[in-house]
Design a protein around this ligand. Structure first.
Ligand code: GRF
Length: 206
């Protein structure tokens, strides 16, 4: 059977990518990581890729701070198309991907966000949760659309906020939940169990 190929994009330490890669290598996830791309030359995610013998590549993002410039975006698109990826997995990719990228891969780009969306979109969602004073937060895997953290929700996991939590302890607990949720959602998509009807996504049991 043709392998289900993933392209993973990240700018940071790469703990989600490492969890996904390890699940692929152990056979728990029926996927192959075809490419790992980063906009940061020394990102941990590229080190995790090379440690596992995966193709990692830095693509210079260009002149903007929060998005890719036109040329860079075209290079990301080309690289993922050449690798023949079936799904693009954003794992801590810190640049907004809008028009051309989303159009090039319709319904094929997913992201993980460290809150229960639609609460606390945007940056440092764990800090937003602490400041607001919620007792439960979590993480969300969603399709990427033209907005920010606004696409249809594939899966969510809850995480308690404890009285003694600091930003670091809460973030670490959310990231632990992410490392379970992301592979689970990718597995559901790769095995054809996810059905999208507008904003409503249903997942058939395995
Ligand atoms: C994750 O916490 C995710 O929610 C957010 O970026 C972070 C990436 O962490 N989108 P890592 O690089 O996977 O460790």
């Amino acid at each position: 059977m043709k392998p289900f190929k993933l392209g993973i994009l990240g700018s940071g330490k790469g703990s989600n990518m490492a969890a996904i890669a390890d699940a692929c290598l152990s056979g728990a996830l029926p996927c192959q990581i075809a490419q790992v791309l980063s906009d940061v030359p020394d990102a941990g995610i590229l080190k995790h890729a090379s440690d596992r013998g995966l193709t990692g590549r830095f693509i210079p993002p260009g002149k903007f701070r929060t998005k890719l410039d036109e040329e860079a975006e075209a290079e990301f698109i080309r690289s993922l198309q050449d690798a023949g990826v079936d799904l693009i997995v954003l794992a801590g990719f810190m640049r907004i991907l809008k028009g051309p990228f989303i159009t090039a891969f319709p319904n094929k780009v997913i992201n993980i966000h460290p809150s229960l969306l639609p609460s606390f979109p945007g940056l440092e969602a764990w800090n937003q949760a602490l400041s607001y004073g919620v007792k439960v937060t979590g993480c969300t895997v969603h399709y990427v659309d033209q907005g920010i953290d606004s696409g249809p929700i594939i899966g969510q996991a809850t995480v308690p906020v404890l009285d003694q939590d600091t930003a670091e302890t809460l973030h670490a607990r959310i990231q632990q939940a992410e490392r379970q949720l992301y592979p689970d959602c990718i597995r559901a998509i790769a095995t054809g169990r996810v059905e999208v009807t507008g904003r409503r996504i249903t997942t058939k049991p395995a």
